[in-house]
Design a binder for this molecule. Structure first.
Ligand code: SF4
Ligand code: SF4
Length: 481
């Protein structure tokens, strides 16, 4: 066992040294193996340093004039210098030039009728003209459509039981994750570009979420760590007097759209959807959670269609990652706007409260078989963030556009799920693990299996988003008409 552990650690050190994984990935991997953070950091520090590999055919060009940097009054600054690596070794033998592979022609498939189109625009026009009439009517309703499926009292859910939190404390699950990770295919040379694409897309979330050393993307709020998901930004002591909550609601939707939101809705903050306890994966801090605010502004961010359609590949991961960066940026900007108006506001990603029931309450969509929010505009192809506040607002009504019966006959997501994590049969009150909330008659997604597949795959998966027929639609013009 000891040998196995030390072999695994030395593999991680080698990967770190070769630049195949970053320091955070190393720390994550080492802590999953059961090491304390301090020991993991010490091991990271003694990993072999990466050796720069010369890139054949590439010469860095730095014009001399660009290298002249004026010395500022405050003192000298150091200009990074470029040191050329060793000359690349010429190939021993030059063979015949390779025949260029013809570029694959991309066509766009209409999920409703199967017809293919040369451009996205022609597909969109076709969908609106040919299939728009088939869309069921959307109506505003008093109670969200999940209400009829609530069985008995619904207890608040503990964030510690989410599948991502379990990667930190659930030893049995961690062992399964290690096994799954070991099955992940080795990255080939092509993957370098894909990983770079994801790194750029998640950059805002990963680094600006907070300056906490153990923070990485997707974590949301970490106490006393500041950053975009921080709660401690001061509230303006001079309060803007809201003339009318309905006016303020329209205005906040305009502002959210200006900041980049694709969908915005408002609901009262139903305390059943606020986590009973928070769990910070970065620190292990755990405690009771009480959010006294009255409203939630819910924001939907569209994920790139073309990217998501590449699931479970890295292009889809990049589309997801980019939306995570946008969530952090957008919820922080909107919370700042509200605080500057003189009202408290906390920006949230997936943390603090469950986004999907709140989004349904706010009229953004309904719950699908795949466990995701299905909106009339994007189906499941959006990410959700939210701002919790006491700013006087007027809530929206939930909507009904027939997803309950649609998902009863459509099983596409269940069919394509590589982890067999989406239920094919009728709704049930059974749960698949502690990561499902009890008390709801629905199609429970086996999120623990889902995440094991992500580890085996080497990156995440969005198959159940990509294939949903509702992911095609992009207009809401017909909502109120
Ligand atoms: S993300 Fe992939 S593995 Fe997870 S439920 Fe969806 S299709 Fe299945
Ligand atoms: S793929 Fe079909 S069953 Fe799955 S969420 Fe979409 S509409 Fe519902």
């Amino acid at each position: 066992m000891k040998e196995e552990l030390s072999e695994r650690i030395s593999q991680l050190q080698q990967q770190l040294g070769q630049g195949k994984i970053g320091r955070r990935d190393f720390l994550r991997g080492a802590t999953l193996l059961g090491l304390s953070l301090g020991v993991a950091e010490a091991l990271a520090a003694c990993a072999p340093k990466p050796t720069p590999t010369p890139t054949a055919g590439f010469q860095a060009f730095i014009p001399e004039t660009d290298n002249i940097v004026p010395t500022p009054p405050g003192g000298a600054i150091t200009v990074p210098t470029y040191t050329a690596g060793p000359e690349p070794t010429p190939a021993a033998e030059v063979g015949p030039s390779p025949t260029p592979t013809p570029r694959k022609k991309i066509t766009w498939l209409c999920a409703a009728c199967g017809e293919r189109f040369q451009t996205l625009e022609t597909l969109k026009r076709h969908a609106a003209e040919e299939h728009g009439w088939q869309l069921p009517a959307i109506t505003r309703i008093d109670e969200p459509t999940y209400s009829q499926f609530l069985v008995g009292g619904v207890e608040r859910f503990d964030e510690k039981n989410t599948v991502f939190s379990r990667t930190v404390w659930d030893e049995k699950y961690k062992a399964l994750l290690l096994e799954a990770t070991a099955k992940a295919p080795e990255d080939d040379i092509q993957a370098i570009e894909g990983r770079a694409l994801v790194a750029g897309a998640i950059y805002v979330d990963d680094t600006a979420g907070t300056l906490h050393p153990n923070y990485y993307g997707y974590m949301g709020h970490v106490n006393d760590a500041g950053g975009l998901y921080g709660w401690d930004d001061p509230v303006n002591p001079t309060q803007f007097l809201v003339p009318d909550p309905a006016w303020m609601s329209d205005r906040i939707k305009e502002v959210a759209r200006l900041y980049g939101a694709n969908l915005v809705g408002i609901c009262e903050l139903d305390q059943r959807w606020v986590y009973s306890h928070y769990f910070e994966r970065a620190t292990g801090n755990y405690g009771q959670l009480e959010i006294p605010y009255k409203y939630a502004v819910i924001i939907g961010i569209e994920m790139d269609w073309k990217g998501i359609n590449e699931s479970p590949g890295l292009e889809a991961s990049a589309a997801t990652a980019l939306a995570y960066s946008q969530m952090a940026e957008l919820s922080a900007s909107l919370a700042k706007y509200i605080r500057a108006l003189g009202y408290p506001a906390i920006p949230c990603g997936n943390d603090t409260a469950q986004s999907i029931p709140l989004a349904i309450d706010a009229g953004l969509g309904e719950l699908g078989r795949n466990g995701l929010l299905i909106s009339p505009e994007y189906g499941p192809r959006q990410r959700i963030c939210k701002v919790l506040t006491d700013l006087p607002l007027q809530p929206d009504q939930p909507i009904d556009f027939g997803m309950r019966s649609y998902c009863e006959t459509c099983h596409i997501c269940a069919k394509v799920c590589p982890a067999n994590a989406i239920r094919w049969e009728d709704r049930t009150t059974e749960t698949t693990s502690i990561s499902n909330r009890p008390g709801i008659l629905r199609w429970p997604v086996d999120v623990a299996r889902c995440y094991l597949f992500w580890r085996e795959n080497g990156n995440d998966c969005s198959n159940c988003v990509a294939v949903c027929p509702w992911a095609l639609h992009t207009q809401r013009d017909w909502l109120e008409g």
